[in-house]
Design a protein around this ligand. Structure first.
Ligand code: ADP
Ligand code: MG
Length: 319
């Protein structure tokens, strides 16, 4: 359904440019959940925003690549055509729902808006559909909530309203960018369970962006691990958990509690600083933090190579 090839997005900064998304390639099939994982600043959000062509220009620009969505290259569409895809065929859910909800409009008007705009339904019908959607995202008393304003909602309820908005036009692809980071742990699980359930029922593909490997284990089919703008490892979720091959992936795993382990493991944070994209080393961007790094790692960035079935890693020590 979605096929991203060599996606490259750069930002102009004071002196020169930084590559926030660096030759990124991945596929997502219908009904599949792809998790994009990595520390803050690794390029996850810019990858998502590039797919929807929402990169602020200037200072940003998609410089290269192909984004094939049902065979259509999104990078070649006119502005009007990509606007029609957004919120209609591809929906995005952001981390902070308050920044995407309009405080001056009722939740019903906002959830109904895409149905009215893209679906061409009259407002009376769109509002009924909105009420129905609020019920589907398991909000209690949807008939009165439809007339409420965002500030009357808790964080979890706002995120449910965002999911209802995203589902309104039955999108083929949902991109959720750290959708639960601002919520407490129990609400997080409820929201992610809901999102996964709705995506499965409608056979929508889901791209779940997170820095939380626990989320990955529970919800993702495939995983792409990003570091300094590149995908450094990609594999089916189970395979990645049982056989992580890139030292960065192993470092991430050692630094978070594992749900599947009953032994008391000691958590080991990854040493060193996250990379500065404005001053990347000539070789592997992870080499300065990598215990296994040898001289050859400092020569050129290692390519992503196949290391197993549907499993690739960008490390010269592997494969
Ligand atoms: P993530 O979502 O993984 O935390 P982002 O995709 O938001 O990271 O950002 C990746 C990198 O893109 C950042 O480290 C930053 O250097 C760069 N970046 C993002 N937005 C801008 C901007 N408006 N101007 C300059 N650089 C930016
Ligand atoms: Mg982000």
């Amino acid at each position: 359904m979605l096929r991203v090839r060599n996606l490259t997005t750069r930002f102009r900064i004071d002196r020169g440019a930084i590559t926030a998304v660096n030759r990124v390639s991945f596929d997502v099939d219908a009904g599949e959940t792809l998790a994009i994982v990595g520390e803050s600043g690794s390029g996850k959000s810019m990858t998502a925003l590039s797919i929807l062509r929402l990169i602020p220009n200037p200072p940003g620009r998609i410089e290269d690549g192909e984004i094939l969505f049902d065979g259509l290259d999104l990078l070649k569409l006119s502005d009007a055509e990509i606007r029609d895809i957004r919120g209609n065929k591809i929906a995005m859910i952001f981390q902070e729902p308050m920044s995407s909800l309009n405080p001056a409009l009722t939740v019903g008007l906002q959830v109904g808006e895409p149905i009215n705009r893209h679906g061409g339904a009259p407002w009376s019908k769109a509002l009924l559909a909105a009420r129905d959607l609020l019920g589907r995202v398991r909000m209690s008393d949807p008939a009165s909530r439809v007339n409420a304003y965002p500030h009357q909602f808790s964080g979890g309820m706002r995120q449910r309203a965002m999911i209802a908005m995203a589902m309104a036009c039955q999108p083929r692809l949902i991109i959720a960018d750290e959708p639960t980071t601002a919520l407490d742990v129990t609400v997080q699980a409820q929201i992610l369970d809901l999102l996964k359930d709705l995506a499965l029922r409608s056979r929508s593909a889901l791209i779940l962006i997170t820095h939380d490997l626990g989320v990955v284990a529970r919800y993702a089919d495939r995983v792409a691990v990003m570091y300094a703008g590149r995908i450094v490892e990609t594999a089916p979720a189970r395979e990645l958990y049982s056989r992580p091959r890139h030292p960065y992936t192993r470092g991430l795993m050692a630094s978070v509690p594992r749900l599947d382990s009953d032994t008391h493991q000691r958590l080991v944070p990854i040493e060193g600083q996250p990379p500065n994209l404005a001053a990347l080393p000539p070789g592997c961007a992870f080499a300065p933090r990598c215990r296994q790094a040898v001289d050859a790692c400092k020569q050129a960035p290692p390519p992503l190579r196949e290391v197993g079935p549907r499993h690739s890693a960008a490390c010269i020590m592997e494969g």
